[in-house]
Design a protein around this ligand. Structure first.
Ligand code: PRP
Length: 179
């Protein structure tokens, strides 16, 4: 285990199994249609890369980057688009892929924003859901794991841009982010 971690919350193998299940479920639900998968940079990149390889309907990829400010453990509630989509989503079946829903502010903003662009459908897939921190309700269509209110890193999730490359999802030792 990484020295900055207190415990392994979800192992690499558990992630792989669940991601494959989500891919199969999404493939069934979208049978006969093409999906425009919208990945939210940067945390969702690893999850998205694994997920789309378990989806067997046609897929296009696009990405957005949004930001709340600072290297803190709290979302500020201010969401800003840093990078927008490169293509129109009008008439497309859009699946937003996120790594985590925490307060829900990011996804609520994205959902409202993308809905105005007239997609044929708009769904949300997240690897992790931390319902204990929710400030605004968000309807998630596909969720990998419900997790407790712990500060988690790995498999795309960072603290101050570190730990994204770790293969398990780990709970960080509080002393690491309370310095
Ligand atoms: C994280 C995560 C979500 C958001 C969830 O992104 O990827 O986008 O926070 O939080 P919320 O539900 O409270 O809005 P972050 O801003 O850390 O960017 P990153 O993906 O580049 O790490």
């Amino acid at each position: 285990m990484h020295p900055d971690a207190r415990e392994v919350l979800i192992t690499e193998q558990q992630i792989a199994n669940r991601v494959a299940e989500l891919g199969r479920q999404i493939s069934r639900d979208y049978a006969g249609r093409e999906i425009l998968v919208v990945g939210i940079l940067k945390g969702a990149v690893l999850f998205l890369a694994d997920l789309v390889r378990h989806i067997d309907v046609p897929v296009r990829l696009d990405f957005m980057a949004v930001s709340s400010y600072g290297a803190t453990t709290d979302s500020s509630g201010v969401v800003q688009i840093i990078k927008d989509l490169e293509q129109s989503i009008e008439g497309r079946h859009v699946l937003i892929v996120e790594d985590i829903v925490d307060t829900g502010l990011t996804l609520k903003y994205l959902q409202d924003n993308l809905a105005t662009r007239r997609p044929a459908s708009l769904r949300i897939c997240t690897l992790l859901d931390k319902p204990g921190r929710r400030k605004v309700p968000v309807q998630v269509d596909y969720n990998g794991f419900v997790i407790p209110d712990e500060f988690v890193v790995g498999y795309g999730l960072d603290y101050a841009e570190r730990y994204r490359n770790l293969r398990d999802i780990l709970v960080l030792k509080p002393e690491v982010y309370q310095k």
